[in-house]
Each structure stands twice: as structure tokens, then as C-alpha cells.
Design a protein around this ligand. Sequence first.
Ligand SMILES: [Zn+2]
Length: 503
Amino acid sequence: MPGPRSLVLITVDCLRADHVGFLGYDRPTTPFVDALAAESVVFSNAIVAGAPTYYSFPAILASRHPLALGRDVVGLAPGEPTIATVLKESGYATAAFLAGNPYLSRRFGYQAGFDAFRDFLDAEIESLVVPGNGAGSGGLLTRLNRSLAEACHKLGLVGSLYDELYFQYCQRVAASPAPSFDRLRRYPAADVIVDHACNWLAGVAEAPFFLWLHLMDPHSPYYPPQDALRWMGTPEISAGRARYLNSYWNRGDLGANRFRRQREEVVALYDAGIRWVDAQVARLVETLRHSRLWDNCVFAFTSDHGEEFLDHGGRYHPPSRVAEELVRVPLLLRMPSVSQTGPVQAPFSMIHLAPTLLEAAGAPVPSSFSGRSYGARLHSAEDWDEAAIVECITDCANLFRADGRLGRRIVAVREKRYKLVFDFGLHREQVFDLARDPGEFHPLPADEERPVRRRLLERLRQHLADSRGDGGSERRLRALLKEIRLESATAAACESELVRTQG
Ligand SMILES: [Zn+2]
């Protein structure tokens, strides 16, 4: 392929494959990106290499299986080649504007290779989203309330009644003053990120560039700009109602049936977030066209994982789940030299995205990448059925503590038709026939499709054997050293804070 070409990578957090128009969604979430599909390759079965965010991105940027450096290593290892480091070394101007996801930060090595790196994480956002940071642990009233809650829960139904009353009480307390969507939103909306990107593009001279935007609009809590709700034709949802819905959806004390009553409105908020992303992507592409940069641009639009809306009884995108609504993501690649008719149905592991993009840009592909470029296959419209591997860890409740990341593996092996889900914690293997059971509700009986089961298990065995190879040992060591340095820095900061307060 000719090169060098510039590269724009847009990742949208929590975007399910079945909620974009170019993959068949019947609501108008992505009219602009749908129009790009005519000049792009669209993948119907792009499968993330891990979920959620922190297990997905090592594959997207560094073409590496998320647990390949050990279960205790998260993020990118120092010195690990990524799309950004390769393109920077190739003379590209590089920039990342990431809408406040704490897992895509310097802490986890994502700044590597970027001239400009902005993660929009200020102290306020970090205190809201970092679990176990002490928020909500203080106060006499809080402690009193917790004791009362524990006592009530020992009395069965009284516990449920208590939860209901407490939730309604909190809603009343929070009801004034009336909030606005903009004030309730936790992350910078896509227009803010695109503004920064357009400003940066205005300063890019002749050199090719790599621009990565990560957009959080469909991420919970769901507070889309109200314009997007109007564009979607959604019946009026006030900011107060949206806050009620988000609080309700976040309750830990209800069964799926209670949530089902609110599901439609919650999905409407989520969909409007996608629509806002679409409008801002349109603005970005318009800027690129206006600056005559678009024609020489490789453009990728995708997501790090999906979102569950009670599909299997759950909400959000809990770690340790590998169902289709969480691991199948939209992927659209616009490569000026490749045209494709109709969506690619074969499974495409996101492990192959980085090498495919680098080759399309005309840059070298590092030997450390686990995936390989699919450029030639896409050129020749060749079909394939290679299994995609998804892996994550059970009970990864707090990524910021090493002991929170050492649960057992869950691995999925996803072929075009069949999918194996192997849970090492539960010692359970399930095989699904996605053609007959696309919702993954009925695992095949153990004595059915034995050759399929054998093939999938063999692929799993091979993946685990590859994972034990020593190719990543040096990177693992560097990652562990970084952890130790971070721990020492934190300890030193605590000590000086102690001295300051005592002094
Ligand atoms: Zn995410």
C-alpha cells in the first residue's frame, strides 16, 4: 500500500455493535458514520481481545493479549511498541485526546509515543471514578446508616423495604436544586474532545499525523446533551428524570425485573450519547476535508467493549463477562486504497487492528505484535474463519490494587458460528451455537458437537501455551519495576503528608 498516510483512530467507550446503524440498528444513532460505510470496510463480528477498558486497549494499541504479561500487569509496559510509538519514530505528529477514562492515563502508560497527550483527568473526576478511594466511607450519619442497613438486612424483607425507602429518601434530598444534563455529566462530552483535536490539527504542518480520540458519551452515568435526545426523536426526558433513572439503574438491591421497567428510557439516554458522538465525528471529518487532510487519511471507528442492558440480567460492563453484548464491537475502517462491498462477516480479533492500521498507513509493523495485518485479505475480499480470543479476570474489583487483579481467567474462543466460554474459577466450559442461539442462553449439552468442542478447546490450549512463552518476560519485568516505583512514590507522598499534618 502507498504511504505514509495519516491515521485517525476513534474509540468510543461502551459502544455495542448492535447499536450502530451500519450494523443494522433501527434507531438513528449514527447517520454520519453510516454514510462513511459506503467508502469503508465494515466488520460485523469485530471481537475485543479483552473487556472492559483495561483488558481491551493493550490489544487495540499494542496488538497484545491483555494477560500476556501476567495477570498482575495492566496497561502498557514501559517501552512496549504501540501504534503511537511506531508512528512517532516514523516521523508522524501524534496526539491523543481521551475523555477522562482513568484506565487510559499516564498511570497505565498510554501517553507513550504522543507529542500531545490530554486525558482530562482532574482530581475531581479521579475521586469520582477510582474505586476504594475512601469516598463515602466517613461521616457519623453514613456509619449510622450502614449499621441500620446491616441490621435491616438481617431481617429479610425488612431489608428490601429499607433499601426502597433509603433510595426514595436520597432522591428527595437530591431533588433540589434542579440540575442540568451538562452539570450532571461526569466526562467531557465529544464536542470538547473534538474541539481540542481540531485545534491541534490546525497546527499540524506537512508531516503525516496520528490522532487518537477516546469518547465517553455512551458510558454511564448516561447524560447526553439534550440536542442529541431531540435528534433521536426521544420523548422529553428532564434532567431530574435522567438523574432518577441513572440512580435507579445503579441500585444494587433490585432484581432484573424491577430494572426492566426503566430499561427503555435508560437505553434512550445511552443511544443519544452515541448520536452525539456521531455528530462530533462528522464535525471532525468536515475539518479534515476542509484542510485537505482527509483524502490521505486512514480512519478507524471502533469501541473497547459493549454495554449490557439486562441481556443476561446485568447492567453496564462488568469485568469477568464475555457475552456478545460486551465483546462484539463496531469496527469501520476507511482505507483510501481498499474498497469492500458489504460487511465482513468473519470474526476479526482486535489483536489484528494495530498491524492492519500500521500497514495501511505505510509504517513498519513491530515484531512484538501478536496480531498481523489483514490488509491483503481485505484487498482480495478473502474470507476466513479464525477464532478470536477474549480474556479477562474474574472479580477484578479494583484495578488500582495488585491483589485485586489476581482472579482466575475467563477465556472465550469465538468462531463465526461457535463460541467456547471457559471459566477457570468455576471450572466450567460452555459451548454456544450462535447461529441457533445468538443470545447465548442455551449452552450445548456436553455430548453435542464433540468435534467442535474439541477444536475450540484445542485453540484455547494453544492460546494458553502461547501466553506462557517468554517473549514478554522483559516487558513484564519493566512493567513490574514501574509498579514498584509507583508504590514507592505513593509511600513517600504519604510520609511527607504525615510529616506536614503533624508539623
Ligand atoms: Zn471502556
